[in-house]
Design a protein around this ligand. Structure first.
Ligand SMILES: Nc1ncnc2c1ncn2[C@@H]1O[C@H](COP(=O)(O)OP(=O)(O)OP(=O)(O)O)[C@@H](O)[C@H]1O
Length: 917
């Protein structure tokens, strides 16, 4: 960008040159609503007025305008040092006594010399606000030289103010005043702060040349060659019922001063204007009334003064005549005003002064007609300009834009506009300029686009890099689920890879078949601890003495299915790590053998405890232990949904998949049916739903709409199982389906009748009531109406705390042992909060579904050979029905309520539902 600009600048330097004549006076007094100057403008109900010191050198004042009290009350014979004005009045600093003298129609300012007056007080400067005027006393000498006094008269201000330190100048705002300390050049303000806040907002550590107040703001010109302007305060009085618009080309806030170097600034009610130091042009900013006239273009002025909504200046080029803009200014001003800085010399102007040209001297008379009327030369040229010719007795310094270092819009526009005025081949130069400018603009756009692209690409790559583990995992699973058993190769995106080669097995150890055979004493019958749909589970002892459970895939004709589930579980368990998930220790894959090695769960499954023949075992499962297990299982599932990356939907939550370790902690097991998500939510479900009868989410079955809420449904059934001690489906009862039986009872408030009769009811069943309510919400027909697992966990934790008699049910009793083996990119946004109110203990209604998706196309459900299978658990001989298809028979009311909620079922679905419920 800089390179292009440089080329452009060089080009401009060679082709464009134009000149700007700059006038400047080294010292001009600042004016505000009424700071002292050779001109003053009054405003208010009685009309505006313009007063100026006559140009004949008499220092007497003449006023014009609509306020007759000012115009006719003008003390025309008193010479004044300077003038100031406010709402309906004008004051002048008398040359004879250095005291203020005021006239006009103000009810706050006395006509004549304002009283009370400190005897003998002489003033260096006076300045008027809306309804008051202040005078800066001449500096004291001797031991009081470091004390300054300011006397004020008028509304709310009549007082003598004492300040430590010498004050260089003062300026009055609407109802406040500011001063500038001579020594450190800092600004201080006093008076009413409420509407302006100018005291609080004073910029710290800045040194000012001048300061000037407006209605509710202050502007100061900073020290230094740049003479930058800084404004602060509130430009807008909220109580004003007037419509204000930003000044043309400038921001709406008066605090946003332009960067141009300034000679002086003045403040109106909501606006400010300044004289630019390099060309004496005027620039205004802030807010003005809609009907305001703009600053006349290309005027050059010696001095300016601001009223409330208008500003007046003394034209430098047109016989020193006044000119005003804004709203409500006095019109037809025939007055020529002498610049306060003019001097008459008998000799030609001395160094740093130059003579005002004769044609501009109309009306400006020196006492001696042979004298030379001189004014001070301007200071130095601003940054973007250079001094083309210096100050001499006949002319001011001449500054010219240095087009090679343009940075401001003014500089650019001046440089460009000058091209059309340069002599010779003007047209061509202009054309070249604009074509060059076009090139520059296009180049800049291309450059910006390039930078944005580079930054975006870098950001995307960085994010991808950070997410690489997550993606890898998906890929691995993707591959795993596509694996074809029976052939030693698999296809993935057209690439042929050796079977299982790319599995990312991190912690799982690879065992030989022989090792596991030895550990289980040759897989003998006595070692079997359980049987699943596709596997037998054996207890075994490894060489190092570790007791393990070895899950051996049943050798079936459907090898592809076995292998698929084997790899799904292998892959999932390898990447998951949580205190309440069953840990995978290793695996073996040799020939047709598929074996997974787990930690051994000494106390079997929750199903065995709840529904086993051993009554003692069931009774051992007291309420606290049951709810503890529920909380732990909930945490495990919550981890799968919220923390695992990618999130995992278990799909087969049931009591036989909740195992219990030596310390009676629950572990969620059996990931054979688990799916990873989320992925492309628009992908249709590839195959049929799977799960276990009684636990299966009806919405998932009906609509194939798989979400984490499907697990929530199953978990709800599990909770009902824990509370009632009944199986999910138990045909020995009239109401065989646990949901159908218990939910109406819970809803009617009859909790006691669903509680397990094997256990004594706790004295306070409130905790169990809460759990029952949670389970009801979990088994709602629509997934989106069910709570998320984190909400369920929180509710259960609180219920457990209650059950254990914890004084503070907001604090979970069990530590949350989330061991994050996978990254937390998918960590839920709604973290459980321990400081929720007790009223929130119930799960939130209408919870959003965080990982709602349709199963992606790459997921293949276990293929179905039989629509319904019976699985016998070796250890308990119980019967559990597992479904993977739709061919079912049976009946029930649930179907009706489901139909009411999610629409009528197809004949096939009706069969399933009738059978299932
Ligand atoms: N790590 C283990 N420690 C002790 N017993 C276990 C272990 N894993 C499984 N079991 C026992 O083996 C039984 C069968 O487990 P498995 O995970 O193979 O099948 P399932 O989940 O019960 O049935 P399905 O696979 O059809 O869903 C369990 O119910 C449990 O009793």
């Amino acid at each position: 960008m800089g390179f292009l600009k440089k080329q452009f600048s060089t080009y401009l330097l060679n082709t464009i040159l134009f000149e700007v004549v700059v006038f400047s006076w080294l010292w001009l007094h600042v004016t505000c609503l009424g700071s002292m100057s050779s001109i003053a403008v009054s405003y208010g109900d009685k009309g505006s007025a313009f007063c100026g010191l006559k140009s004949d050198g008499s220092h007497t004042v003449t006023c014009y305008g609509f306020n007759s009290a000012i115009v006719y009350g003008t003390p025309s014979h008193f010479p004044f040092i300077g003038l100031t004005s406010g709402d309906g009045f004008v004051c002048g600093l008398l040359m004879s006594s250095n005291q203020p003298y005021c006239w006009g129609s103000s009810s706050h300012i006395e006509m004549g010399v304002p009283q009370p007056m400190v005897k003998g007080a002489q003033y260096l400067e006076i300045s008027a606000g809306d309804y008051h005027v202040c005078g800066l006393r001449k500096p004291l000498t001797g031991r009081y030289r470091n004390i300054s006094f300011v006397d004020c008269w008028g509304y709310n201000m009549t007082n003598n103010y004492e300040f430590d330190g010498q004050i260089q100048s003062i300026s009055a705002g609407s109802e406040f005043n500011c001063g500038l300390f001579s020594q450190n050049r800092t600004v201080f303000c006093w008076g009413d702060e409420v509407s302006s806040q100018v005291i609080r907002l004073i910029p710290q550590g800045m040194r000012f040349q001048k300061v000037s107040c407006g209605g509710y703001h202050v502007c100061g010109i900073l020290e230094g060659v740049n003479s930058r302007t800084v404004c602060w305060g509130r430009s807008l009085d909220m109580e004003e019922e007037i419509s204000l618009i930003p000044n043309q080309g400038q921001g709406g806030s008066v605090e946003l001063a332009p960067n141009d170097p300034m000679l002086s600034v003045v403040g109106g009610k909501f606006h400010a204007c300044g004289i630019k130091s390099y060309d004496h042009g005027v620039i205004c900013w802030g807010l003005s009334l809609k009907t305001s006239t703009e600053v006349p273009k290309e005027i050059k002025v010696f001095e300016i003064a601001a009223g409330n909504y208008f500003t007046c200046g003394i034209l430098a080029a047109k016989s020193l005549e006044p000119i005003c803009w804004g709203v409500g200014f006095p019109t037809s001003l025939p007055l020529a005003v002498s610049p306060r800085t003019r001097k008459c010399f008998s000799e030609p102007c001395p160094p740093s002064y130059y003579e005002i040209e004769k044609d501009q001297q109309k009306g400006l008379i020196c006492k001696d007609s042979n004298s030379h009327l001189c004014v001070p030369c301007s200071g130095v040229c601003p940054d973007e300009m250079y001094e083309k010719s210096g100050c001499n007795s006949k002319s001011d310094i001449l500054c010219e834009y240095n087009c090679s270092v343009c940075s401001s819009p003014e500089c650019f526009s001046n440089c460009s506009s000058s091209s059309s005025y340069s002599n010779g081949d003007n047209g061509k130069k202009s054309e070249r300029f604009w074509s060059m400018q076009l090139i520059v603009v296009v180049s800049e756009i291309v450059f910006v686009v390039f930078i944005v692209s580079v930054v975006s690409i870098t950001a995307v790559m960085y994010v991808r890099y950070k997410l690489r583990d997550c993606e890898c995992s998906t890929t691995a699973l993707n591959s795993a689920t596509r694996l074809n058993v029976g052939s030693s190769v698999q296809k993935d995106n057209g690439k042929i890879r050796p079977d299982g080669e790319e599995f990312k097995i991190r912690r799982a150890q690879k065992f030989t078949y022989e090792e596991l055979e030895n550990a289980t004493s040759g897989f003998k019958e006595e070692s079997i601890v359980g049987k699943g749909s596709f596997s037998c589970v054996f207890k075994g002892v490894l060489k190092d003495g570790t007791v393990v459970a070895v899950k051996r895939a049943i050798m079936s004709p459907n090898m592809q299915k076995n292998s698929k589930e084997f790899h799904t579980e292998l892959d999932l368990l390898s990447r998951l790590n949580h205190a309440h998930l069953l840990n995978l220790l290793g695996y073996c894959e040799e020939g047709g053998e598929r074996l997974l090695v787990y930690e051994y769960m000494a106390h079997g499954s929750l199903h065995q405890h709840l529904h086993g023949k051993n009554k003692e075992l069931k009774e051992q499962m007291d309420w606290i232990r049951r709810v503890t297990i529920a909380v732990q299982a909930a945490r495990g599932i919550e981890y799968l949904h919220g923390y695992a990356c990618p999130p995992v939907i278990h799909r087969d939550i049931k009591s036989s998949n909740i195992l219990i370790d030596e310390e009676h902690n629950a572990r969620v097991s059996d990931f054979g049916l688990s799916l990873l998500g989320p992925t492309d939510s628009s992908s249709p479900l590839a195959e049929l739903p799977a799960g276990t009868l009684g636990y299966l989410d009806p919405e998932y079955y009906r609509l194939h709409y798989l979400t984490t809420k499907s697990d929530v449904y199953s978990f709800g059934v599990l909770l009902l199982e824990i509370l009632s001690g009944r199986k999910a489906i138990d045909m020995q009862y009239e109401e065989g389906n646990i949901v159908q039986w218990s939910v109406p009872l819970i809803k009617s408030g009859d909790i006691a009748s669903i509680l397990d009769p094997c256990l004594k009811q706790p004295s306070d069943i409130e905790a169990l009531k809460r759990i029952a309510n949670v389970s009801c919400k979990c088994v709602r027909m629509r997934g989106k109406d069910r709570p998320s697992m984190d909400k369920v966990t929180t509710s259960l934790e609180r219920a457990l705390a209650m059950l254990m008699g914890s004084p503070c049910i907001d604090q979970p009793i069990l530590p949350t042992e989330v061991v994050l083996g996978s990254n937390r990119m998918h960590k839920k946004t709604s973290q459980r909060s321990s400081n929720r109110s007790a009223s929130e203990t119930d799960v939130v209604e209408g919870e959003d579904q965080r990982f709602e998706f349709r199963a992606p196309s790459w997921i293949t459900f276990p293929s179905v050979t039989s629509s319904q299978r019976r699985k016998s658990s070796e250890s308990e001989g119980e019967v559990e029905v597992k479904i993977e298809g739709r061919n079912f028979v049976g009946g029930g009311d649930v179907l009706r309520s489901l139909e009411e909620e999610i629409g009528p079922a197809s004949p096939q679905e009706r069969l399933f539902l009738q059978h299932n419920f």
